[in-house]
Design a protein around this ligand. Structure first.
Ligand code: ARG
Length: 569
């Protein structure tokens, strides 16, 4: 339990003991204050908040509560002017915290909340025949982090890349390929060549109506399983995925399933039939819809007038498929906030179909927009940032900085990769999801601000301290860790498991980013104000153990947000 909660519990027990039978209805934890000067204690409880319920003057309450507290191993309490000031037993707290962390350093922060439960985590979900651009960075990075956090909390996770690989544009692309394309050019040019073909198709189709028919015919062939159409279609997919894989590899992102929209295209009949049977389908201009006006939403489109399915139809099929296949307890969709309405609509349709699980198990984990150096992203207006190029640039920029800062580092390229990619990941997970992000190089790669490189640097610094310390055979004297700076670090280490748990419950990776950043800052403050490898051997051993624990927890935190931890920087 976090130290503040332990003190709050102590207050609560004292109230029960000193004033039996009184219910105050107060949250003691919320009332605990941190005195401006640690000479006045680590925490203070203002007793006047109890005087109404207890019908007693605050100084008297403080006196009685003080007498009721007998926990020397945790703290001592002094009453001053109606306040109960708590002085932690700092040595015990240091011993207790470090022994707990060091018992299994790489597991500190893990949990059992998800034991026996399954979470589907859908993220990235890129579109076939389109370049992987900055617009898909957040979903990829947030999803990867959430998957790791859920795993760490004991969940069985299934990571899904719901590929955008269905729609008439694929028919058009094949038609264009058959007319003007060739195998070598697509192999060599990849997604760019497919885009070129598609753009040409749309241009020429303006004066040549036949083309549209050709496109439609090819899409029909895909739908009907024509071997040639399928072969080209699958090949387009492979080429796109090969490009995407490079990005996934650099980011350390993996998927258990790539079942995308096309996978569900033949599973929508059942949805339509079910909607019909449950009397939920309405005709509207020849199309079939589910009316949602009762829920203040526009109708959910199920079938076009030509009988073609829609995005929502395939999502309905996918949700039910995932439930029946994975038996999830949670199904997360890491998708931009712009699709909020879509998710509310199809979740509601699932509910109306009688799938009650949709209400509390399906979650749209939304996030804000990304801009780049102050410019919004757009396909049309030209600012198009491709993820492979961005990550490449990040590594180059990091290499420049490292060359300058650490000319003697042997593995500069490797570290530049870890730092450059880490800087991008960190910048993406720095704030709560819904906040828009403006990605800026000078901010992301600043080694001194609240950045990825800063946290990584602290990790490397801990490693350097440990290497310098070598083997110490003295048993740690935890009395050496009672200063404010060491205690600040210890408190953050102690609460790390709660931070991870909160990140998991709220699907907010930034809570882990925040936690590691705070630990890094607190440790650096400690590092500057104290000599770790001086004085008594036992005191050194304690400071080194603190360093060791910080190093382990930063490593875990970085892993959970999807960053690597360079040994040296
Ligand atoms: N491919 C879509 C896009 O890039 C995102 C898919 C989101 N997932 C879903 N199940 N609808 O916008």
């Amino acid at each position: 339990m976090e130290i503040k909660a332990l003190i709050a519990q102590t207050v609560e027990e004292a109230v029960k003991k000193a004033f039996p039978g009184v219910e105050t209805g107060l949250s003691y934890e919320a009332l605990l204050e941190v005195p401006p000067d640690s000479k006045m204690g680590d925490f203070a409880f203002p007793c006047f908040r109890l005087s109404k319920a207890l019908r007693m003057a605050p100084p008297m309450i403080a006196l009685k509560l003080g007498e009721a507290i007998d926990k020397p191993e945790l703290c001592r309490a002094e009453n001053v002017n109606g306040y109960l000031n708590f002085f932690l037993n700092r040595e015990n707290f240091a011993r207790d915290t470090l022994q707990k962390v060091m018992a299994a350093p790489e597991k500190w922060g893990s949990g059992e909340e998800g034991r026996g439960k399954t979470a589907c985590v859908e993220y990235s979900s890129i579109n076939i025949a389109k370049r992987f651009h900055l617009g898909h960075l957040s979903t990829t990075v947030i999803g990867n982090s959430l998957k790791r956090i859920y795993d760490f909390q004991g969940w069985n996770t299934v990571s899904i890349n719901h590929l955008g690989d269905w729609g008439t544009q694929f028919g058009k692309m094949i038609a264009a390929y058959k007319r003007w394309g060739n195998k070598e050019e697509v192999e060599a040019g990849g997604v760019d060549e497919m885009t070129r073909l598609y753009v040409r198709f749309n241009q020429e189709a303006q004066d040549n109506a036949e083309l549209e028919d050709e496109g439609r015919a090819w899409f029909k062939k895909i739908e009907d399983g024509d071997p040639e159409a399928l072969e080209i279609f699958h090949w387009f997919k492979d080429v796109t995925l090969k490009d995407a894989m490079r990005v996934y590899d650099i980011l350390g992102v993996h998927f258990d399933s790539y079942a995308g929209e096309s996978f569900y295209a033949d599973k929508t009949d059942r949805i339509v039939r079910e909607l019909e049977e449950k009397n939920l389908l309405r005709e509207s201009d020849g199309a079939k819809i589910v009316d949602l006006s009762e829920y203040d939403m526009p109708p959910c489109l199920i079938l076009k007038s030509d009988g073609a399915t829609l995005y929502a139809t395939r999502d309905l099929a996918a949700a039910i498929y995932r439930k029946e296949t994975y038996h999830f307890d949670q199904s997360l969709y890491i998708v931009a906030y712009q699709q909020d309405l879509h998710f509310r609509q199809f979740f509601k349709v699932l509910e109306l179909m009688g799938y009650d699980w949709a209400r509390d198990q399906c979650k749209h984990v939304a996030f804000g927009m990304v801009s780049y150096e102050g410019q919004g992203l757009s396909t049309r207006k030209g600012v198009m940032i491709y993820l492979d190029e961005l990550l490449q640039k990040a590594q180059e920029k990091a290499l420049e900085i490292i060359r300058e800062k650490s000319p003697n580092l042997p593995n500069k390229e490797e570290v530049a990769r870890q730092v450059g990619v880490g800087a991008v990941v960190y910048a993406t997970l720095q704030n709560n999801r819904i906040k828009d992000i403006d990605f800026r190089w000078d901010r992301a790669l600043n080694f001194d601000g609240e950045t990825g490189p800063y946290v990584q640097y602290t990790f490397a610094r801990c490693g350097a301290v440990l290497r310098k310390a070598g083997e110490l055979d003295a048993a740690p004297d935890y009395g050496a860790l009672t200063d404010d700076e060491a205690q600040a670090v210890l408190r953050l280490l102690a609460r790390f498991p709660e931070d991870v748990r909160a990140a998991c419950r709220t699907n907010e990776p930034y809570m882990v980013t925040r936690a590691v950043t705070d630990i890094a800052k607190a440790y650096n403050k400690y590092y500057y104000e104290h000599r770790i490898l001086e004085g008594e051997a036992a005191a050194q051993a304690a400071r080194v153990q603190l360093t060791d624990a910080v190093r382990a927890v930063i490593k875990t935190g970085l892993y959970l947000i999807g960053m690597e931890a360079p040994e040296r920087m």
